[in-house]
Design a binder for this molecule. Structure first.
Ligand code: CP
Length: 332
């Protein structure tokens, strides 16, 4: 694997999950693989889970880890070509990425969208330039439009918590009884947030549905449809109550509008997930990528209940990252 940017970089979801769960069972099985190898984790935005889980995964594979927080420790980056750099930017991404490629065997990059210009954000130009100029395998630590390490984690958490067995002949997880119903629901927020997590979650769940692993439904208020390329094939409704009926897993996330790009057009607090919302579910397990704002996005009564699996979900970030880095190291 030369790049981990989206679900399209994974040949088989079931095989990827199996690898990640094997890492969880035996974290140090491949600790010789990364010996004398260096990973650089480059952050243009804040992070707790992605930074620590990817660092831990790399260390368990025997790698050395360098973390670069560009906004506090690096030179101000210029990302556009053809500009006279007589403003605030001090270093062009062409040189910065190339230099980091000199120091590292694998690089990770986190860069959020500006949420001003959909065409610019959805071009993923920054990520593509970084990958091109560094010349090394690159893992997305969340880009403008996707968060694949999070979505991989989410799928493995659903398979781990659901009722599945692995079929050695088909090389695929099979639901033991009914396929679980997985619902992605929008929730309110006071800040305009990227669409990266829900875009990515939708892509992974749609592929999982095609693989016969689960049934997937998206619910959001009017005006919050995600870009169609991420949701093709999904069942989508603006009726949250109907969507949550009989749900086994509920993935809660706020995102800003794609139609009115980067805007908050709904503040309806009734979309916040409460215990009342869970009454007609199948004792649903509640997921969120974190960080989560209590009593705004999800009620504290839910986060503090047995429904919430957000901490185990965050714990699983290590195993998704380790599976990806392991494949990159093997294929180098
Ligand atoms: N879920 C997630 O990516 O968390 P961080 O932003 O803290 O890395």
């Amino acid at each position: 694997m030369k790049q981990f940017f989206s679900v399209h970089d994974i040949p088989s979801l079931s095989e990827a999950v199996k690898t990640a769960l094997a890492c969880k069972t035996n974290p140090f099985q491949n600790e010789a693989l990364g010996k004398h190898k260096v990973i650089g984790l480059v952050f243009l935005n804040p992070s707790l889970r992605t930074r620590m889980s990817t660092q831990k995964a790399a260390m368990q594979l025997g790698m050395q880890v360098m973390v670069m927080n560009m906004t506090s420790d690096g030179w101000a980056l210029e990302t556009k070509d053809g500009v006279v750099m007589d403003g605030n930017t001090a270093e062009h991404i062409r040189e910065a990425a190339a230099v980091m490629g000199e120091y590292c065997d694998i690089l990770g990059l986190r860069s959020f969208p500006g949420l001003q210009d959909a065409t610019e954000d959805y071009s993923e130009e920054l990520f593509q330039k970084f990958a091109q100029y560094c010349g090394k395998p690159v893992v997305s630590l969340e880009s403008a439009t996707r968060h694949p390490l999070q979505s991989f984690t989410d799928l493995l958490t659903i398979i781990e918590k659901g009722n599945y067995h692995y079929d050695e002949v088909k090389k695929q997880y099979i639901p033991q009884e009914m396929k679980p119903k997985v619902v992605l629901t929008w929730a309110p927020h006071v800040k305009a947030l990227p669409q990266a997590v829900p875009n990515s979650f939708a892509e992974w769940m749609i592929q999982a549905e095609k693989d016969g692993l689960l049934d997937f439904v998206i619910t959001h208020p009017e005006g919050y449809a995600l870009k169609e390329e991420f949701t093709q094939g999904a069942t989508i409704t603006t009726n949250q109550k109907e969507a949550l009926q009989d749900a086994d897993f509920i993935y809660v996330k706020n995102w800003s509008s794609y139609e009115n790009y980067g805007q908050i057009t709904c503040t309806d607090a009734s979309w916040m997930l409460t215990l009342d919302h869970l009454k007609e579910t199948n004792q649903a397990k509640v997921m969120h990528c974190l960080p989560v704002r209590r009593d705004l996005v999800i009620a504290a009564e839910v986060l503090d209940s047995e429904h919430a699996i957000v901490i185990e979900e965050a714990g699983n970030r290590v195993w998704a990252a380790q599976a990806v880095l392991q494949e990159m190291l093997k294929n180098k």
